[in-house]
Design a protein. Structure first.
Length: 247
């Protein structure tokens, strides 16, 4: 019993074009020809075509099917690899859907990390831009902790955001004095955040460099001076505390 190209393609549930392609890439052996020149396909060709179609439908690329050899060879290993790849894809898609749900629920910008999405509507464009930079340099654990800290926002942080570039020294100093205890409290309640630069998967040097550039880009000169002053006040307090410990 012999079948034509169209007949064997129909039996295998594929197309004549696909059968010809399988011949071209060496995936299907070329059959003998009848005296009239037409190909004569047999049962072995049908079995191979069914195997190719089945494995292809499961997601195996033709190159991998070709490496498996003839229909009698065990495809278990290739299918196991494919199953692992599909499992990873499912996990990735599940994570993406969860992130999309958070973004939609809070009407957050897509570039804002999902850890920050619940608070994204409360922040300025500069803050949202900084959050995006945070997501590129800090570890997932630190981002999650920072997201929790964002829920404890203090009114002085809004004052900091509103500080104009032409603010005088007195205004900057007063804001720094109010900002310092807020920063101190945040460090005490979330000690993990003190090591965000050191914990960066990209290394402390690159993380520090990226954050320094971001601060200069998104904060005006008065805001930067207020941050510097607040940090100086905190360092003075730390020095004073250490001196008291040794006294």
């Amino acid at each position: 019993m012999a079948w034509s190209t169209r007949q064997v393609a129909d039996l295998a549930g594929t197309t004549v074009k696909a059968v010809r392609h399988y011949h071209e890439i060496g995936l299907l052996d070329m059959p003998e020809r009848a005296s009239n020149g037409y190909k004569k396909y047999g049962v072995s060709h049908l079995i191979r075509l069914v195997q190719i179609k089945r494995l292809s439908d499961l997601g195996l690329p033709l190159s991998q099917i070709a490496a498996m050899g003839n229909a009698g060879e065990d495809p278990t290993e290739a299918i196991s690899v494919l199953d692992a790849e599909l499992e990873a894809t499912i996990q990735r898609l599940t994570r993406i859907r969860a992130e999309l749900a958070v973004i939609l629920r809070h009407r957050a910008s897509p570039e804002v990390p999902p850890e920050f999405a619940p608070h994204a509507g409360d922040f300025s464009d500069s803050q949202r831009a900084l959050l995006t930079v945070y997501s590129t340099v800090f570890s997932d654990e630190d981002l999650a902790e920072f997201g929790r800290a964002l829920g404890e926002r203090d009114v002085v942080e809004d004052e900091f955001e509103a500080l104009p570039a032409d603010a005088d020294d007195e205004a900057i100093d007063q804001l720094a004095q109010r900002l310092a205890p807020v920063v101190r409290r945040g460090r005490e309640e979330h000690p993990q955040l003190a090591n965000m630069m050191a914990n960066s998967p990209h290394g402390e040097k690159l993380a520090t460099n990226a954050m320094a550039h971001a601060v200069v880009e998104f904060y005006n000169s008065a805001q930067i001076r207020a941050l510097q002053r607040a940090n100086a006040l905190l360092q003075q307090e730390d020095t004073s505390d250490r001196d008291d410990d040794f006294s």
